[in-house]
Write a protein that binds this ligand. Structure first.
Ligand code: BES
Ligand code: ZN
Length: 487
């Protein structure tokens, strides 16, 4: 009888497990850790294939928890894969751990002092703190929880409101739906004014976890509300300074990082499949705790060394003195520990400036103790927000060419827009006028007409109310510009 009850109970519990979560999933990890787990828990993992140092495995959720429990003491994690084929092809990609497989090389330069220096003064620690607490207050942002999904929906609204506040018509925010999680990622896009097909990306992960349990309280203040708050404040400062990028900027809040980089993996794979030209990616995951003698620790594995050196040179250039001083060093994770690894794997250049040397980082992550009250200040995160703003401005570059021609502000010329008709009279100038360009206050070209006469009326597309700049192009290239207001 006892046996019958035991079998019955087992049937019940087995059935409830399979109803909640699949019996196994595919993943990749180092051969060493796959073998360790096989010894420890032979029923929870099956090694399908190995290539060099990487193993493609079938893993049960219990096996992944066992692995994860070791992670904080030993380091390694795993990366979730969609299928057996994906897992096998991922380990065969020539070199996931370094830059040898990058798609493109870009020339990174430091030229934007006039934009970057005033931006640094605009970054507010208080905004980062408020945002971390706001995210902590969801209780959990576990990818499978309703509050996790709600956090994504709310972040989209927050970013939209921010763009609206600064009148940014060149900004859009979307949810990116995933196959392997119900939680969407959030992507804010600032369309590049000159090279919209070239992308510069910063990201962090929005989900949180606490001992891998979806119902546990998982404040995830450092891991990784801090990263989301950091990139949000850097973006806000860019808006405040009126920065219009030449290249397209994307700010990403990834879903489901904690279960194996699921959100970033799907995004990076889609970008690669569509051949999207991503110039550079920086990850911001854990910026809150100042655990080492240096401020930033650049993670040097699963990242691109050229991009890492470039980020170091940004700090050398902009952050050697108070109040913006930031010191740095390097460290390694020894495994693909965050979303930068998803981009590296797809052959993109990625960097990962991290809060401390590995091992000296916040030891409360993945517990209910990962709260803002642990530090009670986001002054460390502020340093990362500065680096983030420098990275975005310098890699995307300011679109200052459009309005950088000599300006002759002529009060005697007449320009007005009413009922979609632009009326102008430049008969008082001696210049030969060959065209007109009209820019919105964010520097976006909204009209471009050539072969015009000195005095005319031109029908243009409807414009929203606001301030515009009309630039009359003359033969000798000394333009006449005039501000006008559309009511
Ligand atoms: N923020 C951590 C990554 C991290 C932790 C970097 C400690 C450096 C030191 C991230 O959210 C995380 O937890 N990653 C997993 C691995 C991932 C592939 C599931 C980890 O490290 O256990
Ligand atoms: Zn984590």
């Amino acid at each position: 009888m006892r046996y019958i009850i035991t079998i019955f109970l087992c049937l019940l519990s087995c059935a409830s497990i399979s109803a909640q979560e699949p019996a196994f999933f595919y993943a990749t990890m180092t051969v060493h850790h796959a073998e360790e787990l096989s010894k420890d828990a032979p029923n929870e993992i099956e090694i399908i294939a190995t290539y060099r140092n990487e193993a493609a495995v079938r893993l049960t959720p219990t096996g992944s928890h066992k692995l994860h429990d070791r992670i904080l003491t030993h380091g390694p994690g795993y990366i979730h894969r969609n299928s057996e084929e994906d897992a096998i092809s991922a380990i065969r990609k020539s070199n996931n751990r370094s830059e040898s497989n990058t798609r493109a090389t870009a020339n990174f330069s430091i030229t934007e002092d006039v934009v970057v220096i005033p931006t640094l003064d605009l970054i507010q620690t208080q905004n980062i703190e408020d945002h971390i607490i706001e995210l902590e207050n969801y209780g959990t942002r576990h990818h499978s929880s309703s509050t996790g999904t709600q956090a994504a929906i709310d972040l989209k609204e927050k970013w939209e409101a921010m763009a609206l506040f600064y009148n940014r018509t060149d900004v859009s925010v979307r949810l990116f739906d995933h196959t392997n999680t119900g939680m969407p990622s959030v992507i804010l896009t600032i369309e590049g004014a000159e090279f919209p097909d070239e992308y510069v990306i910063v990201g962090g992960h929005l989900d949180s976890t606490s001992n891998q349990n979806s119902t546990n309280n998982a404040p995830g203040a450092d891991d990784d509300a801090s990263g989301i708050a950091t990139i949000t404040e850097a973006t806000r400062a860019l808006f405040e300074i009126g920065f219009v990028p030449k290249r397209t900027i994307e700010v990403m809040a990834y879903a489901a990082e904690e279960i194996g980089l699921v959100g970033s993996n799907e995004i990076a794979s889609e970008y690669a499949a569509n051949n999207i030209d991503v110039i550079a990616v920086s990850q911001f995951d854990m910026t809150l705790l100042n655990g080492s003698s240096n401020d930033v620790s650049f993670i040097t594995d699963f990242t691109n060394s050229d991009l890492t050196s470039y980020m170091m040179s940004l700090l050398d250039h902009y952050n050697t003195e108070a109040p913006h001083q930031v010191t740095y060093s390097t460290s390694v994770c020894n495994y693909g520990c965050s979303d930068h690894a998803s981009w590296t794997e797809q052959g993109y250049m990625a960097a990962f400036p991290f809060e401390a040397n590995f091992g000296q980082h916040n030891n409360q992550i993945h517990t209910t103790g990962d709260t803002f009250s642990l530090t009670n200040t986001a002054s460390h995160a502020t340093k990362f927000a500065k680096l983030c703003a420098e990275f975005l401005i310098e890699v995307a570059k300011n679109d200052n060419t459009a309005l950088s021609t000599d300006d002759i502000i002529a009060s005697s010329i007449f320009v007005t827009i009413a009922d979609n008709i632009l009326t102008y009279d430049l008969s008082s100038t001696t210049k030969d006028i060959i065209g007109i360009r009209l820019y919105s206050i964010e520097g976006k070209e909204v009209a471009n007409v050539s072969n015009i006469s000195k005095q005319d009326q031109i029908r243009i597309a409807p414009l929203s109310t606001g301030v515009y700049i009309a630039s009359f192009i003359s033969q000798d290239n000394t333009n006449i510009t005039k501000k006008l207001i559309v009511k």
